[in-house]
Design a protein around this ligand. Structure first.
Ligand code: XMP
Ligand code: MG
Length: 175
């Protein structure tokens, strides 16, 4: 018995750990000899972020920001940054790390904002990608898994702030 018995496992802890290690190696190979600033998008990213950066064997700097999208009743998808990074990123290689890429609005907005601060490069790494939901042409540079249009929880992701602590990704089912 678990408080999350209504959630159906989609990716186990082992599958996530294995895939995150592979993506970390990809990043290591792409940035040989460089220093990278990893910027996590709170709150959902915390579990993926910790696992990803701990598997990257190279010098790095970490920082976090918070972004929320206000869709209102007409779903304008207006994204606002409500907590900014403290790091001066001009001239630095940046990788934005996000839990899940959905419509693409959040990451597109954050990427443009960081590029406007003259980062040397800005790439993105996501744990999950729902390509069928995209409203723009945004593509993640690094991703662990693509999923269908399902609402998922766990490994940082929440439903109403619940289930973030599940050690796996699961499909949320109200019933
Ligand atoms: P975009 O801007 O790409 O937004 O539409 C990405 C943000 O939407 C949230 N999101 C989810 N959160 N389960 C969640 O817990 C999901 O299946 C899901 N799909 C999207 C999430 O906050 C992400 O940062
Ligand atoms: Mg998020």
């Amino acid at each position: 018995m678990s408080y999350a018995d209504n959630c159906k496992v989609l990716f186990t802890k082992e599958q996530l750990e294995q895939r995150i290690k592979e993506v970390a190696k990809q990043i290591e190979n792409d940035y040989k000899g460089e220093k990278v600033t990893f910027i996590g998008v709170l709150n959902g990213v915390y579990a993926f972020f910790a696992d990803l950066v701990r598997n990257v064997d190279m010098p790095c700097h970490v920082d976090f920001l918070r972004a929320s999208s206000y869709s209102g009743t007409t779903s304008t998808g207006n994204v606002k940054m409500s907590l900014d990074i403290k790091t001066e990123i001009e001239g630095r290689h940046v990788i934005i790390v996000e839990d899940i890429l959905d419509t693409g609005r959040t990451l597109a907005k954050i990427r443009d904002e960081l590029l406007s601060r003259n980062a040397l490069s800005v790439k993105t790494a996501v744990m999950l990608d729902k390509p069928s939901r995209r409203v723009n042409d945004f593509q993640a540079d690094y991703k662990c898994f693509e999923i269908d249009d399902l609402f998922v929880v766990g490994f940082g992701l929440d439903y109403d702030e619940k289930y973030r602590n599940l050690p796996y990704v699961a499909i949320y089912d109200e019933n």
